[in-house]
Write a protein that binds this ligand. Structure first.
Ligand code: TPP
Ligand code: MG
Length: 297
């Protein structure tokens, strides 16, 4: 059985890990001179909670067949996942410095053949939930007890293939599958609009849509949370566990802030991707309680 943490870690430690993870994101992307910021930061509290308190995994045995699976369907947020995998011990923190370089195990989008701990390649939005449904279906057929988790973006939710998987997962009673939706209200640009001088409509793609009702009507268990509140995240995980045996997959609708945790990246599409200047890095380090070398103060 994979080595789940013997006991859950508390909120203060989760906050410390999330701050370190956010720092690794902005510093690593600045070092690589390209990469995504807003999505990795909005997902960070969820990722830390999953990897440190929920997934049954063993970083020493990343291919253990009994491990829980995690798919980052919004694969452009790879640096967020890599930061958490490094903090969790899958590979050295120093390896983050190779991010997005030729020959690195840490490419700009997740590659399951390269990176320990990455269960599915991703980057072309819309596909991860189908892959996860396949894994969950395989677990059922094999009588395996592992759980499959898939994280999607709210812009990604506009992809039609997502909804094929939403329908299929209920059809096959995949109560061993959980979708975590990072509802940060922003995507890369938005809908193109010709009459608007700004060229894009950047309003929340799901404003006015009752997503809870939509997923419920597809037959899913639904839990809505603040995706930056560690207690609420834990409650959602408990909800998932309670849903095992119900014949229903569970969706966690996690309300988040794009770019969360650094003042100048919060709540703006402009930091969907971007490279921080040395001055901006200094601000981020101060806000996240890090030194510029990345050591916790
Ligand atoms: C099929 C596909 N179309 C377009 C893109 C380019 N793209 C990368 S990120 C992104 C926006 C995604 O927004 P969202 O899912 O909300 O992610 P987040 O806000 O968490 O970064 C787009 C359109 C892509 N990777 N795949
Ligand atoms: Mg988004």
């Amino acid at each position: 059985m994979p080595n789940k943490q013997a006991s859950r870690i508390g909120t203060a430690e989760l906050q410390r890990l999330a701050a370190a993870g956010r720092w690794h994101v902005i510093e690593t992307v600045a070092n690589a001179k390209a990469g995504h910021i807003g999505g990795p930061l909005s997902a960070m509290d969820l990722l830390v909670s999953l990897y440190f308190n929920e997934l049954r995994i063993d970083p020493q045995q990343p291919q253990d067949p009994a491990r829980d699976r995690f798919i980052l369907s919004k694969g452009h947020c790879a640096i967020g996942l890599y930061a958490v995998l490094a903090l969790r011990g899958y590979f050295p923190i120093e390896e983050l410095a190779t991010f997005d370089q030729g020959g690195s195990r840490l490419q700009g989008h997740p590659d399951m053949k390269l990176t320990p701990g990455v269960d599915s390649s991703s980057g072309s939005l819309g596909q991860g939930l189908s892959a996860g449904a396949g894994m969950a279906m395989a677990a059922k057929q094999l009588g395996a007890g592992f759980h499959t988790w898939v994280m999607l973006g709210d812009g990604e939710l506009e992809e039609g293939m997502v909804w094929e998987a939403v329908h299929t997962a209920r059809r096959f009673k995949l109560d061993n599958l959980t979708a975590v939706i990072d509802l940060n209200g922003l995507q890369q640009y938005g809908w193109p609009v010709t009459e608007d001088g700004d060229r894009f409509d950047r309003s929340n793609p799901w404003a006015g849509v009752n997503l809870e009702g939509v997923f419920s009507s597809f037959g899913w268990n639904v839990v809505s949370i603040d995706g930056h509140d560690f207690d609420e995240i834990q409650t959602a995980f408990d909800h998932v566990r309670a849903g095992r045996g119900s014949g229903k997959p569970t969706v966690i609708l996690a309300n988040t802030v794009k770019g969360k945790g650094i003042s100048f990246t919060e709540g703006t599409y402009k930091w969907h991707n971007g490279v921080a200047t040395p001055e901006q890095l200094a601000v981020a380090a101060a806000e996240l309680g890090q030194t510029l070398e990345g050591e916790a103060k």
